[in-house]
Design a protein around this ligand. Structure first.
Ligand SMILES: NC(=O)c1ccc[n+]([C@@H]2O[C@H](COP(=O)([O-])OP(=O)(O)OC[C@H]3O[C@@H](n4cnc5c(N)ncnc54)[C@H](OP(=O)(O)O)[C@@H]3O)[C@@H](O)[C@H]2O)c1
Length: 336
């Protein structure tokens, strides 16, 4: 056990793209569990796009991250000591333990995870929040039918790479949009997307027109902005759009203006629906066995980009915002 608990705090609210100086690494004593609590030794922590929104002062769907407090976030680890009847020493757990090496918990929002089903890091990705986001955001919001064309933006990330594969499992034709040639190769050659292109080197509208000759039935939107502006005019009548994320706008200092596309929504009778994964919390138990089953059958694959050490959590987070990750971006904290 390391003698202290290293933690990353939010030191300042970022303006535009965050700076390393907006965070502070501190050391605190390792806490002792009181009655009804347990101590978790964190193995991996997750850095996610939603954390950027929480760094702003304004409330969105989650309360703002408080200044000078441990950065909130999902993590997976092992129970090292327990005075809680529901959690035993040696069990693996996933919960909102934050950017630190050790966390105390009272068990609220914590789930035990099975390391025999998959490596524990997968419970922060394909078998965790991003996996559930892909599952419900695609199947519940878009409800794709076999033979339909599904377009996914942010296609080589944690959510997007899972969305595309679930759409393939459901018999759809899948086209991915991502920001790098290595990403395009991974999703087409390894994950089985039918086609994909790099939005940084190709014109999204022209490329989508070429790759979706029968139009687009479902669009899973992870990025928003000009990519989404290029997708919508190619949507078929009664198409469905799942608004999952708008990462292209998270670091803007001023809102962007764009074309007014609601006339298209009207005349093509599109369904455009935003969703938040935690609206589906009571149904995670339905998604987990499906995702784990596809994983075991080899129909669903995942990839992780892993930074090493709590001191690299900030650079991993900033790298993810810049698109340096392929698949799920994690930070390995210890060998629990
Ligand atoms: N609704 C919900 O409940 C929910 C839950 C989880 C996640 N989300 C959203 O889903 C999206 C994906 O999340 P994730 O966890 O899977 O992250 P991720 O895709 O693994 O990582 C973020 C990716 O965003 C892309 N990106 C960054 N800036 C961009 C820009 N200006 N334009 C286009 N793409 C950009 C980068 O890939 P490229 O190299 O391809 O640019 C980067 O790798 C995010 O928008 C997130 O907020 C929503």
């Amino acid at each position: 056990m390391s003698p202290t608990n290293q933690q990353v705090l939010l030191a300042a609210r970022p303006t535009g793209f965050p700076n390393p100086t907006d965070f502070r690494l501190v050391e605190a004593p390792i806490p002792e569990p009181a009655d009804g609590q347990f101590l978790v030794g964190i193995a991996y922590l997750s850095v996610d796009p939603y954390m950027r929104g929480r760094m702003n002062a304004a409330r969105s769907y989650a309360d703002p991250q408080k200044l000078d407090e441990v950065m909130g976030g999902g993590a997976v680890g092992k129970v090292l000591a327990s005075r809680h009847p529901g959690f035993a020493e040696g069990e693996y757990v996933v919960g909102m333990f934050g950017w630190q090496q050790y966390a105390l918990s009272d068990g609220r929002g914590v789930m035990q995870v099975d390391p025999r089903l998959a490596p524990i890091s997968a419970y922060l990705g394909v078998l965790g929040m991003p996996g559930f986001t892909a599952y419900f955001g695609l199947l519940d919001v878009c409800a794709p039918r076999p033979g339909e064309t599904v377009v996914v933006s942010g296609a080589a990330g944690a959510v997007g790479s899972t969305v595309g594969q679930i759409a393939k499992i459901h018999g759809c034709r899948v086209v991915g949009i991502a920001g790098g040639d290595d990403k395009i190769r991974w999703i087409t050659e390894d994950l089985g997307f039918d086609a994909a292109f790099n939005y940084k080197t190709e014109s999204p509208y022209q490329k989508l027109k070429e790759l979706c000759p029968a139009g687009i039935d479902c669009y899973f939107d992870n990025v928003g902005g000009s990519i989404t502006d290029a997708v919508l005019p190619l949507m078929n009548t009664s198409g469905r759009v799942s608004i999952c994320g708008q990462i292209s706008m998270y670091n803007l200092e001023k809102p962007e203006t764009g074309p007014r596309l609601f006339p298209l929504v009207l005349v093509r009778t599109l369904k455009v629906q935003g969703f938040l994964v935690f609206q589906y919390a009571s149904r995670y138990g339905e998604a987990l066995p499906k995702l784990a089953g596809w994983l075991q059958e080899g129909k669903l694959k995942y990839r992780e980009t892993v930074a090493e050490g709590i001191e690299n959590a900030v650079s991993a987070f900033l790298g993810m915002l810049r698109g340096e990750n392929i698949g799920k971006q994690l930070v390995k904290i210890s060998d629990q």
